[in-house]
Design a protein around this ligand. Structure first.
Ligand code: SF4
Length: 306
């Protein structure tokens, strides 16, 4: 029996950095507040709570003047405004762990908008990253498309509103295949003018319809490694937090491929019967899964299959 762990599995650099920042700040302060789930992984959150970090889901619950860390997913400007009123500011007591690749999406969205584009977001409506990016567009009125199958609604939105220029950007953690599919689907309904790629440098902003590839590289690496794993394995175990968008994408990928697959949060959920008669076992994990959880899962698979 062979257990193969995907080459790129677990923490991405953005999540690693956010955790390092939170731990460092907590070491030097009696109380450290983090707004929202720092990473979408229940185990990691509970480990950080044990180190004295206080997580709040409502920004109003951050006390006045409190030492605060902002998560990797990026925040709307309103978060900074509320914190400023509480005397929490950068350079003083605000530690911003926003991933630079999320900031890049914000900057792309802002530039497209200021160049006359109606910007549509391919993302998950309730995901903090999508909420943060929407702030730079039309706030709650930003058009968000969650699935490639919703292409007709996008087409109707574009044609009914007769926008002069339309651009699509993606949340960093969406499916690469799903994004391609969405563009292809919309293009199948359009006439001569189709959506074409605009490079990340945004040099050419005169296309009527354009899309920018803003899915981050760590997400792409995890997705392509999972493709390979699904092809080679008889069963794939995907480890990730219940709310982790990129982990759910990896699981969906395995299911689409048709390989037997299970989405778990930790080794306790593994069941012996899943592995009966299997010789090739694949293990992968989303960007918010720590290495020790991956190691524990591999160890437990070895135990129950030996
Ligand atoms: S998934 Fe990508 S964008 Fe999100 S924190 Fe990781 S590297 Fe940054």
């Amino acid at each position: 029996m062979e257990i193969k762990v995907a080459k790129h599995a677990g923490f991405c650099f953005g999540v690693k950095k956010a955790i390092e920042i939170a731990e460092e700040v907590a070491k030097n302060n009696d109380k450290t507040y983090v707004y929202g789930q720092l990473v979408h992984n229940e185990k990691v959150i509970s480990d950080l709570e044990k180190k004295g970090i206080i997580f709040v889901d409502n920004i109003n619950d951050v006390p006045q003047n409190a030492v605060t860390v902002l998560r990797a997913h990026g925040e709307p400007g309103t978060t900074y405004q509320i914190l400023e009123k509480k005397l929490i500011t950068k350079g003083k007591n605000l530690n911003d762990a926003t991933c630079p690749l999320v900031t890049l999406v914000h900057n792309v969205a802002i530039k497209l908008k200021s160049n006359g584009y109606e910007v549509i977001l391919f993302g998950k409506r309730n995901h903090p990253e999508a909420i943060g990016t929407s702030y730079h567009l039309k706030g709650n009125d930003t058009f968000i498309v969650e699935e490639p199958e919703q292409y007709r609604v996008v087409f109707d939105y574009i044609t009914e509103n007769k926008f002069e220029k339309v651009a699509i950007v993606s949340q960093t953690t969406m499916s690469v295949y799903g994004y391609q599919k969405l563009i292809e689907n919309i293009n199948s309904l359009l006439g001569n003018e189709k959506f074409e790629e605009i490079s990340l440098s945004l040099r050419n902003l005169d296309k009527k319809y354009g899309f920018v590839d803003t899915i981050c590289n760590p997400t792409k690496q995890r997705q392509s490694d999972t493709d390979e794993l699904a092809r080679e394995s008889e069963i794939v175990i995907v480890i990730g937090g219940k709310n982790s968008s990129n982990s759910k994408e990896l699981y969906a990928k395995c299911r689409e491929f048709g390989v037997e697959s299970y989405f778990i949060q930790s080794q306790e959920q593994l069941q012996k019967e899943w592995f009966s008669g299997k010789e090739k076992i694949g293990v992968t994990a989303g960007a918010s899964t720590p290495d020790y959880l991956i190691d524990e899962v591999v160890e437990r698979i070895r135990e129950i299959t030996s």
